[in-house]
Design a binder for this molecule. Structure first.
Ligand code: ADP
Ligand code: ZN
Length: 428
């Protein structure tokens, strides 16, 4: 298995070769990219410096949607062994096809991410990500097998049974979305178990943002070490970056995925440390290659080296996806900002949703529905009103906007077993 301690020279050479290989493969074999190079008047054979690389037009989610289903293929379909599609959290699904080489590269990459998080071949990992077109389940499955761990392919849902098998099988690694880990702990307590007695050691969480408050909650409840990893279907699936045991940002497998951060408005490449949209180029993808893919995810590359000694750069946690951004009365808001404010109040739980009231397609009003914790729950109207007022005030000073807050009874909002859906729209 590759490691993440390359020397600088070794690393630069790998990236240079990798990018050249990616450009060559796309321009030789992908009708889509042949057209892109033609339209941009670019000679792919001449792109051999970072400055030239920046001339390659970005590929967007919309380009991939338009290519539905097989328009991005760069190999004959008989070479494609597996198809996945994005879960469609936003818009129509996007299709990805994998060759044998792609599947191996993916599995090895995920194995590296799991190893960084502290998983070893003697661990027993339960996968509570959905198996299916979603890349999460199969991605972690083959990665953990590549590492030699014992895999329990549970898939999502059926929480009570998950818990009972987790106990019987002595599972010590949990793979899920962070919101499902919280829901499982809640269910365990409802059933009379103490989550800490399960003996979970490591959590591999991904697929959606995990705020500091959620991480703390998960770690306290389960008594495990929570690590976060990142990926997306369009580039490969999970296993693009992940945390080492320092848990201070996610190391990118930079020898496989070339990262850039751009200003989402101008498209200009930003220096390390500045926040913008993450753009990724998988360098060895054969089936459905993409060049300079705009992920829509907002983050930054961390310039400082990691205390763990790995030489791959880290990316910061995703503060939001650009298509999640809510523009209300001219103010841009990410759900994560609201979540951060809510996390400052011990009376409310991490379960919340944002209801956008729309009129003729325009957002007129935002209501934040948030559950009280059992401890925060009270019959005193006065106390609730005071809490409501304090939350609103904090929101106003953070967002320059005072949305309505609706305090809900504990456990009244629906739970999900996959990615949490936070934003709801109602047309008035
Ligand atoms: P969909 O776009 O339908 O949700 P994917 O499963 O491909 O399908 O989701 C990838 C997206 O999930 C990423 O672009 C990102 O927005 C989000 N995501 C994945 N991992 C993380 C993470 N660790 N933190 C925050 N967001 C994440
Ligand atoms: Zn590290």
């Amino acid at each position: 298995m590759q490691n993440d301690f390359f020397s600088k020279d070794d690393f630069t050479a790998r990236q240079k070769n990798g990018l050249q290989q990616a450009i060559k493969h796309a321009s030789d074999n992908s009708p889509y990219y042949r057209r892109v190079f033609g339209e941009a008047n670019l000679n792919p054979g001449r792109i051999d410096s970072p400055a030239d690389f920046k001339k390659i037009p970005f590929t967007t989610k919309n380009d991939l949607r338009e290519a539905y289903p097989y328009g991005m293929a760069a190999v004959p379909l008989e070479k494609i062994l597996r198809i996945h599609a994005s879960s469609g959290t936003t818009g129509k699904p996007i299709v990805a096809g994998y060759t044998r080489g792609d599947l191996d590269c993916w599995a090895e990459g995920v194995a590296r991410i799991c190893e960084m998080a502290g998983v070893t071949s003697s661990d027993i990992a339960q996968i509570s990500f959905g198996y299916g077109l979603f890349t999460g389940g199969f991605g972690l499955h083959y990665g953990l097998e590549w590492l030699g761990a014992t895999v329990v392919p549970f898939s999502s849902g059926n929480t009570e049974r998950q818990l009972s098998l987790m106990q019987d099988f002595r599972t010590n690694v949990l793979v899920s979305t962070p919101s499902f880990a919280i829901y499982m702990a809640e269910t365990a307590r409802d059933l009379g178990y103490s989550p800490r007695d399960f003996g979970l050691k490591i959590g591999l969480f991904g697929g959606e943002p995990c705020s500091d408050a959620m991480r703390e909650d998960i770690e306290n409840q389960w008594g495990l070490k929570a690590t976060v990893n990142y990926g997306l279907t369009e580039v490969v699936g999970p296993g693009i970056s992940g945390e080492c045991m320092e848990t201070a940002g996610m190391h990118i497998l930079e020898d496989i995925y070339y990262p850039e951060i751009i200003d989402p408005k101008s498209g200009e490449v930003l220096p390390d440390g500045e926040k913008g949209e993450l753009v990724l180029t998988p360098m060895f993808k054969e089936g459905f290659p993409v060049l300079r893919y705009r992920t829509g995810d907002i983050t930054r590359l961390i310039p400082e080296p990691c205390p763990c000694g790995r030489t791959t750069r880290r990316m910061d946690y995703i503060t939001g996806r650009s298509d999640d951004m809510i523009i209300i009365k001219g103010v841009n808001i990410f759900p994560s900002q609201i979540e951060e404010v809510l996390a400052g109040f011990s009376e409310v739980s991490p379960h919340y949703r944002l209801v956008l009231k729309k009129e003729k397609g325009f957002i007129k009003d935002l209501e934040i529905q948030v559950e009280l914790t059992p401890e925060g729950f009270t019959d005193s109207f006065q106390a609730l009103e005071a809490l409501d007022g304090r939350i609103r005030q904090r929101l106003r000073s953070t967002l320059s906007l005072g949305p309505r807050v609706k305090l809900m009874e504990p456990k009244s909002l629906e739970r999900t077993t996959g990615k949490a859906k936070r934003v709801f729209e109602v047309e008035q």
